[in-house]
Write a protein that binds this ligand. Structure first.
Ligand code: AMP
Length: 280
C-alpha cells in the first residue's frame, strides 16, 4: 500500500491504475468507513482512501483542532482491507498559501438543515471534494448515506459541473444498539449513550408512525423532536424532507415517493446527525 502526501506523487503512483474508486474520509476510521472501502473494491480495480481533516468545512468553535487523528491505526485498517493507496495530504498541499480562494456552491441544497446550523460547512465540502477528485481523478467515489445532505450536495455538484465521477451511495453502518457509527462517537461519555441513541430511536419512531398510516409530516417531526428532547438532546432539527431537493413535503405517501427523515442535535459537547429514508 502506497501512502502519498502530494498530488504529484499520487498521480504518478496511480498512472495506469485502471478504474479507480476514491473513498474520501477525515480519518479516525471505523467500520462505517470500511464498508465504503469494501464497496469500492467491488466496483473498481484500484481503491484510494484519502485521509484529510479539512479545515474549510469546520466553523469557528467547531472541533477541527481536537478532531481525532489516529493515523497509524487508520493505515493499518486500510492495509488490512486491500487499499492500494492512501492520500494523506497536508493542509498546505490542499490549500497552497498563495491560492486565491475558490468557492463552489449548490445554493438550494446547502442553505438548509446542516447548512443552516453550520454556515460555510458545505462550501468547504464542495471545495475539498473537487480538489480530491482532481488530485486522484477517480472513475467513482463512495460516500455514506450517514451524511445524507452531503451526498445530495456532492451528487448535484458533480453532475452540475460535469466532473465525470460516478457517485456511489453506501448505506449507514450502525452499532448493535442502533447508534450510527461516527468518528465523533469516541467523544461520548458513558452516561451520554441513551441520549445519543435517541436519534436512531426517533427515526424508528418516525418509521413506525408512517407505517401506521400517518401522512402529515408535522406530527412525525414533533414525535422525533420529542423523543430526542426527552433524552436531553439539544435538538438542531428533526425534519421530513424530499430526498432529492431536501425541500419540506406537504404529505407523506411513501408508495408514491420516498421521504427522508433527518435529525441533528447536541449530546453534551458532541454534535450528532442521523437519517432514514422511508419508502423508495
Ligand atoms: P468522515 O470521515 O466522517 O468525513 O466520513 C467519510 C465518509 O464515510 C463519508 O462519505 C461518510 O458519509 C461515510 N461514513 C461515515 N460514517 C458512516 C457510517 N456509519 N456508515 C456509512 N458511511 C459512513
Amino acid at each position: 500500500m502506497h501512502v502519498t502526501k502530494t498530488i504529484e506523487e499520487t498521480r504518478r503512483q496511480l498512472a495506469g491504475a485502471g478504474r479507480i474508486a476514491l473513498v474520501p474520509t477525515m480519518g479516525a476510521l471505523h467500520v462505517g468507513h470500511m464498508s465504503l472501502v469494501k464497496r469500492a473494491r467491488e466496483i473498481a480495480d484500484t481503491v484510494v482512501v484519502s485521509i484529510f481533516v479539512n479545515p474549510t468545512q469546520f466553523g469557528p468553535g467547531e472541533d477541527f483542532t481536537r478532531y481525532p487523528r489516529p493515523l497509524e491505526n487508520d493505515l493499518a485498517m486500510c492495509r488490512a482491507e486491500g487499499v492500494s493507496l492512501v492520500f494523506e495530504p497536508t493542509v498546505d498541499e490542499m490549500y497552497p498559501p498563495a491560492e486565491v480562494p475558490v468557492e463552489i456552491d449548490v445554493p438550494s441544497l446547502t442553505g438548509v438543515l446542516e447548512g443552516a446550523h453550520r454556515p460555510g460547512h458545505f462550501a468547504g465540502v464542495c471545495r475539498v471534494v473537487t480538489k480530491l477528485f482532481q488530485a486522484v481523478r477517480p472513475s467513482v467515489a463512495c460516500f455514506g448515506m450517514k451524511d445524507f445532505q452531503q451526498l445530495a450536495v456532492v451528487r448535484a455538484m458533480t453532475a452540475g459541473l460535469f466532473l465525470g465521477v460516478e457517485i456511489e451511495a453506501c448505506p449507514t453502518v450502525r452499532e448493535a444498539d442502533g447508534l450510527a457509527c461516527s468518528s465523533r462517537n469516541v467523544y461520548l461519555k458513558p452516561g451520554e449513550r441513551p441520549a445519543a441513541l435517541s436519534l436512531s430511536k426517533a427515526l424508528r419512531e418516525a418509521h413506525q408512525l408512517v407505517a401506521d398510516g400517518e401522512t402529515d409530516p408535522a406530527p412525525v417531526e414533533w414525535a422525533m423532536r420529542d423523543q430526542m428532547q426527552a433524552h436531553g438532546v439539544a435538538v438542531d432539527y428533526a425534519a421530513v424532507r424530499d430526498p432529492r431537493t431536501l425541500s419540506p413535503v406537504d404529505m407523506i405517501n411513501t408508495r408514491l415517493s420516498p421521504v427522508v427523515c433527518l435529525v441533528a442535535g447536541r449530546v453534551g459537547a458532541v454534535r450528532l446527525i442521523d437519517n432514514a429514508v422511508l419508502g423508495g
